[in-house]
Design a protein around this ligand. Sequence first.
Ligand SMILES: Cc1ncc(COP(=O)(O)O)c(C=O)c1O
Length: 406
Amino acid sequence: MTTGGRYATSAALHERATRLTPGGHHLSGRPLLEPATSPMYFERGKGCRIWDVDGREYIDYVLAYGAILLGYADERVDAAAVAQLGRGSLLSLNHPMHVQFLEALLPRFPGAEMGVFVKTGSEATTAAVRIARRATGRRRIARCGYHGWHDWCLPVDPAVPTGLAEQVPEFSAREPATLAAILDAHPGEVAGVILAPEMLHPPDRAKLVELIGLTHRAGAVFILDEIKTAFRTPPGTLQQHLRLQPDLTTVSKAMGNGWPIAAVVGPRELMRHAEGMHLSATYHGDTASMAAALETLAIVDREQVADHVWRLGERLIGGLAEAAARRGIAAEAYGEPLPPMPFLRFTHPDAAHNDAVRRAFYAEVFARGVLLHPRHLWFISQAHQVADIDATLDICDAAFAVAAAA
Ligand SMILES: Cc1ncc(COP(=O)(O)O)c(C=O)c1O
């Protein structure tokens, strides 16, 4: 493996950026490995491929942390958004597309009758917990998973107001007793329970039903944070897949195929508490992203995108497990929580050995033209084809061999 100047242009940009922005990158731009062994800057994407500033091409499974579902620069989605730009994408007050968007979105969620639209996942989860607080007249929120960067999501960070750790306790979805303990310790005080379903893999329906039951018995609102899972889980959302009915649902990411849009949906009885709430930002009414979302939703329905990414995810997971076993690498490939979001965990009991194998594997994978995230679950797009998965598996097989030798 030679990495020498392979990522020289990326590394030079990183060097310049360290003088311009704290840490040298925005947080979602942090290096996959060290800048010497992984590309950091990309300048073009098309379909399932992405090109770095050193001119190298990759089959990409990071997909902008899941914001891309159909593929980069999808012409159908982008044409819809660009047409909307030509009409003025952000006008005063309201636009008919705001109504059309909610009419297209709500029927996908059992029991959802109303929604609010925002721009990012963090805004959606913050809005959902605020609606839960208003609806119950309570303050505490029990949480499990990543829900964004707002203060309540980082309750133990010394940079947020005091008291949040007490108000936003964390439970483990694997152990419903941890949620029961929070609810029992604070009777009549918990407004909502929010769960990102990728925290439970495989997604054990019985456990999820138990978590919802505990929440309801405590008089709290159950919020399913489907920001990663919605639109890529057959038949459409994880709640449909598992026949669950949360009270509120948050969505974003895949919905705009790269255009910023997010929403909270739920029954009228709960959503009506958002009426008059300060839940407003200048760009919420942007219609370019809504046009992108309307087109993405139409394609997702028409072309069974979720089935496609499921099948390819299964193929990738199966092939990785076989290749790792063949090369004598201790690793587990699985869906986090389901095949459209695959991941690979190195499982050698010696942590230092594991780390060395992991680094060698990913450095080789990048050098051979595949972008897989070493620390975060992966995504598959509609643009990936069987040939891309098989090419990826060949590269992973070779990288396992290099890692085994290392
Ligand atoms: C489950 C979940 N909730 C919320 C968020 C926050 O979304 P955003 O980064 O758009 O603010 C994310 C982002 O990764 C997420 O995966």
